[in-house]
Design a protein around this ligand. Structure first.
Ligand code: NDP
Length: 446
């Protein structure tokens, strides 16, 4: 680490004790932004980057609820309102037992850059709770969501802060939270995205993050005259992002061979076709079962206790589960096995050392803040439709999503080109930074 970066990171660590994921996200951006600031002293003088790493507002609150046995449970709720320079705060809610302030700050920080890259007017935010929806009844999830929203409602609004889903928050949870917001406010507005179709949700929003990750990979592959056709694709996770990434890979003629969850992974060398994918969707979205049940049903390999499939040979890897799910050793295995492209559906799934392996070996590597921006972009399209009180067709939303991913790729190339190689990390960081920084400069020290 050079002296300038070390000094900056010492300052970040001192100000934000015990938040390793936040340091990791800031350092990854600082590595490319600090040299850019040296070349553009106007941002440096205005301390734009120092301001960007400080949330505009953080809300932490108690969420009490009653379980099915009549016992009182207490969780902690959070909302990080990170940056509103270019639009209302926008970013998902995560319900997972590992949720803490540092994780949400990393996600909110990344969200600022990601939202800027979409070119839509959205600031950055993130929130959630350490509540675990796994194993809870629908009624318990509803009571939790209602209690969560009973505090959150006063901090959000369609022109202030518009949350969406993330890990553990899908259509069911968004529905319960929207219902409670509407009841308290007596207002039907687009305060959340990822809503059901019947009450203001956008077509393609459930598919958007996964589709977008594949569209981004498609653009990267095109730069080396490659595509998905007949490529072997390893996917991690088996939730929202993983499922729809797989669907789009199948549309483009690729062969998906893995899925995982937090207890293990499956490897199906024959390929997970549409019928098998439908089985996974029902297993995960309706029965809320474990990925092991796929191997019980189809008789393929299941590796218990290993939630990442990177030891399996593939041409393209789509990490779609969670942060830090590819380490340097696994990155090396991927490269050694001939993987030519990694497109991140999850947020920060590769450790800094893994990223280094990808960059050193000059494979196509699309960081999450660019590659998975399709989800929030389509949330932005949902906001537009809510404001217009119109619903666009599936084709229209998909076309807009596709165009946005193509444009994000162009921005990354513009800022990340290093000779023949495109450093997408640098491209996404600088491309996302400039718009927010200029808006902050124009608005004074607020
Ligand atoms: P889901 O809750 O639908 O699915 C998450 C999947 O990842 C599940 O298969 C889950 O397994 C697995 N997983 C979660 N945590 C861990 C862990 N600690 N170790 C191993 N496996 C884990 O979430 P999404 O698909 O929505 O989100 C996946 C990733 O994509 C996250 O990084 C999220 O931030 C990112 N993302 C999501 C967007 C969206 O629109 N939903 C937008 C942009 C990024 P299990 O069921 O066993 O927990």
């Amino acid at each position: 680490m050079n002296t300038q970066l070390k000094k900056f990171m010492d300052y970040v660590v001192a100000k934000n004790p015990a938040e390793p994921e936040f340091y990791q996200a800031v350092e990854e951006v600082a590595e490319t932004i600090l040299p850019f600031l040296d070349e553009n002293p106007k941002y440096k003088a205005a301390k734009v980057f120092e301001r960007m790493i400080e949330a505009e507002r953080i809300i932490v609150f108690r969420v009490p609820w009653i379980d099915d046995k009549g016992e009182v449970q207490v969780n902690r709720g959070f909302r990080i309102e990170m940056n509103s320079a270019i639009g209302p705060y926008k970013g998902g809610l995560r319900f997972h037992p590992t949720v803490n302030l540092g994780i949400l700050k990393f996600l909110a920080f990344e969200q600022v850059f990601k939202n800027s890259l979409t070119s839509l007017p959205m600031g950055g935010g993130k929130g959630g709770s350490d509540f675990d929806p796994k194993g809870k009844s629908d009624n318990e999830v509803m009571r939790f969501c209602q209690s969560f929203m009973t505090e959150l409602f006063r901090h959000i609004g369609p022109d202030t802060d518009v949350p969406a889903g993330d890990i553990g928050v899908g259509g069911r949870e968004v529905g319960y939270m929207f219902g409670q917001y509407k009841r308290i406010r007596n207002e039907f507005t687009g305060v959340l995205t990822g809503k059901g179709r019947e009450y203001g949700g956008s077509l393609i929003r459930p598919e958007a993050t996964g589709y977008g990750t594949v569209y981004f990979a498609q653009e990267m592959l095109a730069t080396i005259n490659e595509g998905f056709k007949n490529k072997v694709v390893a996917i991690s996770g088996s939730g929202n992002v993983a499922q729809f990434a797989a669907e789009k890979v199948l549309d483009l003629g690729g062969k998906v061979v893995t899925f995982s969850d937090s207890t293990g992974y499956i490897h199906d060398p024959d390929g997970i076709d549409r019928e098998k994918l439908a089985f996974i969707m029902e297993l995960k979205n309706i029965k809320r079962g474990r990925i092991r049940e796929y191997s019980d049903h189809y008789g393929c390999k299941y590796v218990e206790g290993v939630s990442r499939p990177w030891a399996e040979k593939c041409d393209i890897a789509l990490p779609c589960a969670t942060e830090n799910e590819i380490n340097a050793k696994e990155a090396k295995i991927l490269v050694d096995n001939g993987c030519i492209c990694v497109s991140e559906g999850a947020n920060m799934p590769s450790t800094p050392e893994a990223v280094e392996v990808f960059l050193e070996n000059k494979i196509l590597y699309g960081p999450g803040k660019a590659a998975n921006a399709g989800g929030v972009a389509t949330s932005g399209l949902e906001m537009s439709q809510n404001s217009l009180r119109l619903s666009w067709t599936r084709e229209e939303v998909d076309q807009r999503l596709h165009n946005i991913m193509v444009n994000i790729h162009k921005t990354c190339v513009e800022y990340g080109k290093e000779g023949d190689f495109v450093n997408y990390v640098k491209g996404a960081n600088i491309g996302g930074f400039v718009k927010v920084a200029d808006a902050m400069m124009a608005q004074g020290y607020v």
